[in-house]
Ligand binder design. Sequence first.
Ligand SMILES: Nc1ncnc2c1ncn2[C@@H]1O[C@H](COP(=O)(O)OP(=O)(O)OP(=O)(O)O)[C@@H](O)[C@H]1O
Length: 594
Amino acid sequence: MKHLFFLNKYFYKYKWWIIPGVFFVIISNIFGVVPAQVVGHAFNLITENIAIYQLFDGFERQEIIYNIFSNSLFFFGALILILYLMRGLFLFFMRQTIILMSRHIEYDMKNEIYAHYQKLSLGFYRRNNTGDLMNRATEDVNRVRMYVGPAIMYTINTAVLFLLIIYFMFDVNSTLAIYCLLPLPILVVTIYFVNTLINQKSERIQEQLSRLSSFVQERFSGIRVIKSYVREKQVQDVFASESIAYKNSSMNLVKVQALFYPTMLLLVGLSTILTVYIGGKQVIDGAITPGNIAEFIVYVNQLTFPVTMLGWVTTLIQRAAASQKRINEFLQLQPDITSSNAEEPVFDGKISFKNVSFTYPDTGIEALREVSFEVEKGQFVAIIGRTGSGKSTLANLIMRMYDTDAGQIEIDGKELKNLNLNNFRNQIGFVPQEVFLFSDTIKNNIAFGLSAIEEGQVEQAAKNAAVYDNIVDFDLKFETMLGERGITLSGGQKQRVSIARALIKEPKILIFDDCLSAVDTKTEEEILSNLGKIMKGKTSILIAHRISTIKNADKIIVLDDGKIIEQGTHNELLANNGAYAEMYDNQLLEEENR
Ligand SMILES: Nc1ncnc2c1ncn2[C@@H]1O[C@H](COP(=O)(O)OP(=O)(O)OP(=O)(O)O)[C@@H](O)[C@H]1O
């Protein structure tokens, strides 16, 4: 329950919704309870008037008595109608305030969670799967909304109604009141247990459903593999067995649900029988009028629904508390990477690594060991090495996706940890190894890093990334949609769109993480020659596997098992006759054998 205290700040924020809301609940309940008394009076009127009417049988006055009697009845009928209309009106206001407030809170919470997620560092996204992150921001928020809206509304409603009815019941006759209310606690407890059972079963069904949907989603994404290995039948069988588990659980739930209403009606029926029986005895004793019995029956029926709701509300609150606990777990996480510096300098692009070591916290893999090197302003530096040697890790550290364990990274002589991170990242153009394009137009994908696009900027970036000719071949050119709703680009085209996205920013530091692997050597040369022009005077770091890509670099750093084993220019490294020279010979041999 304590987790729900987190929501108090929202109740405070929306106090001008909840206070009138409570007021409307009270008024609507007063209008809901008074008709029972009118029914009681009407009932008494009927019994008394019938007796008088019969007394005047055969007299002229009988007609007059009939008229008075029917007019009074009409008056009572109209009064009940007006009272219920007023109740309806205030119920409308109650929902318009409390339920609307819950929607506002839901909106605020989703935004708060989303904004917080974005602040958390890359490591957080590695540790938690996307499905879990999404569930907490959607399904869990929805459950919390059921608490801040319906649960609170029904609790206040039931409490107010209960107090009013109990007051009126005891005002009429306390013995009858006690007997009428006797079955209600049993109703609350029974409904609570049935509801808990229903919830447990629903939860299991929900889990099965999400397993089924992820299964379907994954298999459809991998449909090419399934078709080429002719595994449709096997996949279908797995799907059928998953579905049958879902079907059985659902049928199980229906059985419990079928118990719900009969149980409720049975207990309400019991209350009504008690009212009539005990009430009848009280009428014989002269303690109450027959109209009071009618009044009590209306009260009992009015209490049924709110009391049923109590059982439901209890489970709503329990579920909301569990959901809020999950939400809080992430909301209370502090980002590993923070920066408080507000300065916004323009960087020259000098980078120094001083004895930098880094171990991935989640796997314990030591990816970099005492790495030291310097990149001067405007230099073109290449990083090469076997797979898993730590090249991408090095790029991630330059962008401060992670903080180093030991040693330090300096940009223009200032420690990276002390820089304004957003300002720094804004001046970097990064092309990741695994291209990621959004389901959007090519134009928006290229201009992703810009707030405003100038005329011709996107086209120029596409030309620089040597992808312009491919794009203008599409019918919709730069407006072509990518992703699930649009076309699929080839691997090389994707890489080049991703390069254009980095180039359009005109970055001070450009980092290419092995992003030329899917382009042919001719296109690669074109891109590199364009880079030479665009990045003149600016720093470029190029991670690559092919020596042909990097042999013109000002400096080549050779990594092996997280350590720098050689660094220098192409010619210097060849003269060294070390690992680089060996790599070069091997690649030459491969080319000759092709
Ligand atoms: N996010 C991560 N969490 C844990 N370990 C990681 C992570 N990323 C990389 N590693 C590990 O760190 C080591 C270095 O990986 P890195 O991606 O830097 O190599 P690389 O030289 O870029 O390889 P490749 O040429 O194949 O891209 C590898 O052993 C890898 O398994």
